[in-house]
Design a protein. Structure first.
Length: 175
């Protein structure tokens, strides 16, 4: 698999790839009754998600994983979002990690996280952080822990008219 996976920088023309990966992930989660993370409506029909994907694609932090010229994953790195506790030292923050469920089990997410670590080291940083949904059975938290991250700060995002969103910050030291 590794020899068939390449990672390239994304750009403004790649917002559609991000939305497609979101749609695939949301459909997969919804089919399993796991709508707490992102709901059940396709991201490609949500104006807020469309704007977010466009901002990420044009913001300089998007990286795409390709397998035989097919986009199979997306990584966005940058600065932490406002709803998480701030880091106590300079960091690189993983804002988004998505993989195509049709290619599940091939290590694409882990490879993109390793690439994020390489990006951080190239910038002279030794802290990589990410946040994720900690609801349901904490499966996503366990995925990040298997990738070398340690759970640090749990948090909750209050959403008017909807259930609160339980999140978990995780950190990985690169030194």
């Amino acid at each position: 698999m590794e020899d068939r996976l390449t990672i390239r920088a994304g750009g403004p023309a790649d917002a559609g790839h991000v939305l497609r990966l979101f749609d695939v992930a949301i459909a997969w989660l919804a089919a399993r009754g796991r709508t707490g993370q992102w709901g059940s409506a396709p991201a490609s029909t949500d104006p807020a998600r469309i704007a977010q994907a466009q901002a990420w694609a044009g913001g300089g932090g998007l990286h795409l994983a390709l397998r035989d010229d097919t986009v199979v994953g997306a990584l966005v790195v940058g600065t932490a979002t406002a709803y998480v506790p701030p880091a106590t030292e300079p960091e690189l923050y993983v804002n988004l990690l998505l993989t195509d469920r049709a290619h599940a089990g091939l290590g694409i997410g882990a490879r993109l996280l390793a690439y994020a670590g390489e990006l951080a080291r190239d910038r002279g940083l030794v802290l990589l952080r990410v946040d994720c949904y900690r609801g349901d059975d904490r499966a996503l938290v366990r995925f990040y822990e298997r990738c070398g991250f340690t759970a640090t700060d749990p948090f909750t995002v209050e959403r008017p008219g909807r259930a609160p969103w339980p999140g978990q910050v995780l950190a990985r030291r690169l030194d």
